[in-house]
Design a binder for this molecule. Structure first.
Ligand code: ZN
Length: 342
């Protein structure tokens, strides 16, 4: 079968579209025929060799997989060939203390699909059966592949790691990003008033279309003052942040007293500064978030089936265009999600 393999790290990295042999599925494993796979910043970190974990090459990237079951190993009931499935990208053991409590995002033996093992930029991928979730009727492969990683990340942030009350002000960073575009919609569904950010006019227009009340120009040095102005100097109750670096530092300028920043990424830097004095005086919270639980993944697909969460798809490209797609993502020339289709 064909697979895109990263053979050398770099910016850009070196990829090859190769014919590779897939081993038969072992106990507890299934083979998924990939119908669509979403790209994420995680793939860029893998490409650049910028992840804080050792990676053995060659590696097939791709964690946001939608497809159907092609073959099953022993002990994988009730899955059968032909079942339409989404794959949970944060693979989990199902047996550690956190998995037993239903919080697979904290699994002690967690692995990332497309990082720690070969992912979905291929015609087929082998995954543990416990990572599968059924795609509901009415949700197509593209919708699933555009929502199950970034969308469920946002759902985990807004419903598990932080609470949103009706009427709250929520600032969702990056209207045109996978997490940001989902966060706007989820916050609105939870009854919040939403402000978002965008670096270009099309990105800001997309934010308004998705339900943000205001979208501020993130290239202006005064953008956080603009958020304060929009909330009558009060600031927002919750910030959904996934960029890190100076963006994480700046969002505290527009966070209300008692407010929370929930963060899940560090594209712009991993060691931001935090001024502790206003932070504790205003009794604010900074909350980490990573991945999703099985319940989050199921909820994301249910929200999609109910029309409450719509994917924003920029382009669908063939596997051979993976390097091109990653370059577009790196240059931030993407509105919503990039999908690859074998
Ligand atoms: Zn576990």
């Amino acid at each position: 079968m064909k697979a895109v393999q990263l053979v050398a790290h770099g910016t850009p990295g070196r990829f090859e579209l190769r014919d590779v042999a897939l081993a038969p599925p072992g106990p507890g494993e299934v083979v998924v025929r990939v119908r669509a796979c979403g790209l994420n910043h995680l793939d860029l970190w893998l490409e650049a060799g910028a992840l804080p974990v050792p990676i053995s090459l060659p590696r097939t990237p791709g964690g946001e997989v939608a497809g159907d079951v092609a073959a099953v190993g022993p002990g994988t009931e009730p899955w059968r060939p032909g079942d339409r499935v989404a794959v949970q990208s944060n693979l989990f053991c199902g047996a550690c203390e956190f998995c037993e409590q239903g919080d697979e995002s904290l699994c002690l033996r967690g692995m990332l699909l497309g990082v720690d093992q070969d992912g979905g930029l291929a015609e087929q991928v082998i995954v543990p059966a416990c990572a599968l979730e059924r795609i509901p009727t009415g949700v197509d492969y593209k919708t699933s592949a555009a929502l199950t990683l970034a969308g469920s990340t946002a759902l985990h942030m807004l419903t598990q790691r932080a609470q949103v009350r009706p009427g709250d002000w929520v600032l969702a960073i990056g209207a045109a990003s996978g997490v940001g575009s989902a966060a706007i919609q989820i916050a609105r569904q939870l009854g919040a008033r939403v402000i978002s950010t965008g670096s270009t006019e099309p990105k800001r227009a997309l934010g308004l279309q998705l339900g943000a009340e205001f979208v501020v120009d993130s290239t202006l040095p005064t953008w956080t003052a603009e958020v304060r102005r929009l909330t009558a100097k009060r600031g927002v109750d919750l910030v959904v942040e996934h960029v890190g670096g100076s963006v994480l530092e700046q969002v505290f300028n527009c966070l209300a007293r008692g407010g929370t920043v929930v963060t899940c990424g560090a594209t712009a830097g991993r060691e931001p500064r935090l001024n502790l004095w206003p932070f504790f005086v205003k009794q604010q919270r900074l909350v980490g978030s990573s991945g999703r639980t099985r319940a989050d993944l199921r909820a994301t697909l249910e929200w999609a089936a109910a029309g409450k969460l719509r994917p924003v798809i920029d382009r669908v490209l063939p596997l051979a265009d993976a390097p091109l797609a990653l370059a577009a993502l790196r240059q931030r020339q993407v509105l919503g999600k990039l999908l690859l289709r074998p």
